[in-house]
Structure formats: C-alpha cells, structure tokens
Write a protein that binds this ligand. Sequence first.
Ligand SMILES: [Zn+2]
Length: 380
Amino acid sequence: MGVTDHLVGVGQHDQVQALVVEGPVLGVERKGLAVGMKQLEARVRQAGHRHRPQAMGYSVVRQGIEPRRSDLQGHLAEAGVQVPIHPVPLERQKQLSGGGGEPACPMRKGVYRMLIDCHHHPETGEEAAASGLRVRGIPAFSDNIIWLLDRPSVPPRDGGDSRRPAWAVDPGDAAPVMEALDELELTLEGVLITHHHGDHVGGLATLQRTFPSMVVWGPERCVADGVQCIAQPGGSLTLLDTPVEVLALPGHTAEHLGYLLRGPDPWLFPGDTLFAAGCGRVLGGSLETLWASLQTLGALPPSTRIFCAHEYTEANLRFAQAAEPNNPEILARAHRVAALRAEGRCSLPSTIADEWRTNPFLRAPSLEEFVRRRQWKDGF
Ligand SMILES: [Zn+2]
C-alpha cells in the first residue's frame, strides 16, 4: 500500500496539527520532519495523485492516520519522521473507515453535505442575527466548519452578477463553499482569515480564481496564502455593510486573529482559539498568550455567539468531564450535544455564557491550572 492510499478519509485535527511545520514536533526535530515531508511529497507526485504537493504534508497525515495508523506510522518512520501518533478508539476508527475496509471520506459520501443554518440558536431557538445578517455553517474536511454570511436584505451587487453577495470565514476547502454558493445562489464578495493553517486558507487560491473581485482580509502572515487586506488588531473592516472588529487572539498561532460583530448578541469568529468546551492547542503561539486571549474572549457579553472553526464539542466535553467531574453543567451539555450530533446537527454556535459554565480552559482559576489542563488535554 502506498502513501496515496492514505489520501482518502479524514483524520483528526490534533494529529494533523502535530505535523504542521511550526508545531512543537518541529521544535524538537525540525530537520527530520522537513526531510521526511519532502520524501513523502515526492512519493505522492510519483504516484500521480491529484493533490497539490504543497497541501500534501497536511493531507497525507490528515487523511489516513486514524483508520490506518500503523501503516502510516511505517511510512513516516521510513521517511525518517518520528511523530507521536495517538491511539484512536476502535469505535472511532470504524466510524471513519465506514465499518472496516477503505477509509471513508465523509464529504464524498455526502454525510456532511447539508448546510447548517445558524440563523436560530440551536438551543434557544432565538434569532441570532441582530443586524439582519445570516450565518450558515458549511462542513468541510472531517470537522471544520466554514461559516458563510449573507444578508437577505442586501440586493445583488452591480456588475452583471445577479447573485447576492456573501462572505466566508476560513475557507480551508473551496469545493464545499462553491457548492453552497451555487445552492444558495450567492456570490463570494469577501473572506475573513483567522490564521495560516491549511485547513483555514487552503481554498483561497481556487476561490480567488473563481471570484476575482472578492477581498480577503487576514493576518499579514497569510499574504502568501492570498490575504490582500491586512486586518490590524484593534482595527475594523466592513462586511456586508456591517462593521467588524479585529481582535488579536495569539496562542494557537502567534498571529491568530478573531472577528467580532457587535450588537445585542454579538457574533464572534474566533478561529481555533476558543472551541465549544475547549480551546486550540499551542502550535506556534504560547500558553501564556493563549490564556490571555481566552480572558479577552471571556470578557465579551455573555450572549455573544461563538462560531468556532471546528466541531469538536463532543470530544471537548469528554475532557471537560474529566477535568471537572463534579460540574453538572458539563454533564448536561454533554447530553444536549450528544443528542444534536446523533441527529447529524451542528453543536454550534456556542455562547460566552455556555463557555463560562462548561469550558475547563476558560474556567481554569489560574494560568498555572490552565497550563496543566492544556498539557493534560494534549495527551488525553
Ligand atoms: Zn489551526
């Protein structure tokens, strides 16, 4: 079996991230990882796989790691790369591999094809869009969510395109975004980028070719990925006639940004900084800055809707239960989220109030305890 056999199915963000070229792994063995990745790239090209080589380092590991962990470990070892690969429960392996045999790709099978309309909060049924904006979640890869915003009252833009405009947040993959735009008869006017990881910027090149007049806002670090307008922390930009504040949220990566739409129920797009019942792991930033970023977000109004970039809530709640076994709110949320996910529904958005009740990282009483929990979660 070759490396390309791993290019189907989708694996786990944490494991993928362990291989991103600035993560802690690289800190230890930069040379080995870089060389190993080149060798893997060469093999994929030899095998004539259609994936772009630059995405390969990400994809290979992303894709096969869970269903075929031992095989992939073999490939990596051959290539001189030593990467900690965590065991994956049999249950999850089965789920990913479609019950055995070839690893499954949920997108191809259409499991996650439906759009999640977050116009109403899934728990309260309350209308979230104070400013008349609407947001929908487009599932991508195994657990990314690309948020798509539009405003039903905005007429089609001039210039011959009769479709109404929309904006996307962190389009790591262009295909599901384009499908959603077609289905909804929208055109892409702009993009917000939170940080440079491939599952957040990977779709930019294709989208820019398809929608040449769209604008892309993001951190300076992402200019090479397609960012045209540098979003300055503390500054603002305009999205569909709505002001958006740019927040500095370092920690997961050093340059990570968040986007906030103020209103009675503000909307927050924190990328990989804050998740429902969890937070990003440190891959280029630092624990201290991540802690400070969480405090910044924790100070937002309790009704703030949190549109984070991954559907990790169930797994995060498992950890939260371990970290705070006597917290009944965590248990209750775990039941609610399990019910939503069993129906194939999105557990997002969360709210700052939800997070204060159930997020073991936001709730950590001190930096020391936060660090202890974050490091514990890394190996959980
Ligand atoms: Zn990331």
